[in-house]
Design a protein around this ligand. Structure first.
Ligand code: ADP
Ligand code: MG
Ligand code: MG
Length: 247
């Protein structure tokens, strides 16, 4: 479903990704773990097509298409979802407005009819319920005054509404307390654990992986994957640290 091959990318002429390769098949959840500064968020941004992140070598194929040739909105319409480490606040735009615009823009790009206001609200209620987020939260401006946990849950509501084929989730567990962690983990499973979907879960800690069980765990250090294996790698990292495991 997603094949990254020998990916090199730089920001402002500084090489951050240095030959990263991995393949996620449909139905799989892969975790990427790595120390601060390894380039995990850079990888997420490169996949999303953020301006200023220049691919200098390598390729990314997504659902049979050359992902790097697509504009960011085309990547989203093709079914790619990015969950941000630091969700942005958008004063003056309510979550409901934002989510409906985003969904209908994607439907339009796919040649589908927009959802009516009523249909959209029904869908939004269902997904908010899944993440135990009060509908009142969705009437407020995007992320403005939200706690860290509320931002992450609102982002998972967004993922539920957009119903992507593939999600890249960058430290979705950061800032979550124990209860929110479980709710978010169960939400990710409910939305994305399907035979025709894939997930790349970027995380520092193994605790989210107690809820979202990865098929493969990759260790990323200094811009490349240095080790891959089963869920046991996450436990080993927790006990021994990155230096020992990556050595
Ligand atoms: P991680 O998410 O694994 O903690 P990042 O992808 O955020 O790592 O950062 C990887 C490296 O890229 C770090 O050394 C960081 O300082 C650098 N970096 C990130 N953004 C920029 C930028 N806009 N300009 C220059 N360097 C950057
Ligand atoms: Mg970091
Ligand atoms: Mg990061």
């Amino acid at each position: 479903m997603l094949t990254i091959d020998n990916l090199h990318a730089e920001i402002d002429g500084k090489q951050i990704l240095k030959g990263l390769s991995l393949t996620v098949n449909a139905g799989e959840v892969h975790a990427i773990m790595g120390p601060n500064g390894a380039g995990k968020s850079t990888l997420a941004y490169v996949l999303g097509g953020r301006p200023g992140y220049d691919v200098t070598e390598g390729s990314v194929e997504f659902a049979g298409e050359d992902l790097l040739e697509l504009e960011p909105y085309e990547r989203a319409a093709a079914g790619l979802f990015l969950g941000f480490q630091y969700p942005v606040e958008i004063p003056g735009v309510s979550n409901v407005q934002f989510l409906r615009e985003a969904l209908n823009a994607q439907r339009k790009a796919r040649g589908e009819e927009p959802l009516s206001g009523g249909e959209f609200l029904k869908l939004a209620k269902e997904k908010a319920g899944l993440l135990r987020l009060d509908m009142d939260m969705l009437k407020r401006n995007v992320n403005v005054g939200f706690s860290g946990g509320e931002k992450k849950r609102a982002e998972m509501v967004q993922m539920g509404i957009l119903d992507p084929k593939f999600a890249v989730l960058d430290e979705t567990d950061s800032g979550l307390d124990i209860d929110a962690l479980r709710i978010v983990g169960e939400g990710i499973n409910a939305i994305m654990r399907r035979p025709d979907k894939g997930v790349l879960l970027i995380t520092h800690y193994q605790r989210l992986l107690d809820y979202v069980k990865p098929d493969v765990v990759h260790v990323m250090v200094a811009g490349r994957i240095v080790k891959s294996g089963g869920p046991e790698i996450a436990l080993q990292l927790e006990q021994e640290g990155y230096e020992a495991v990556a050595a």
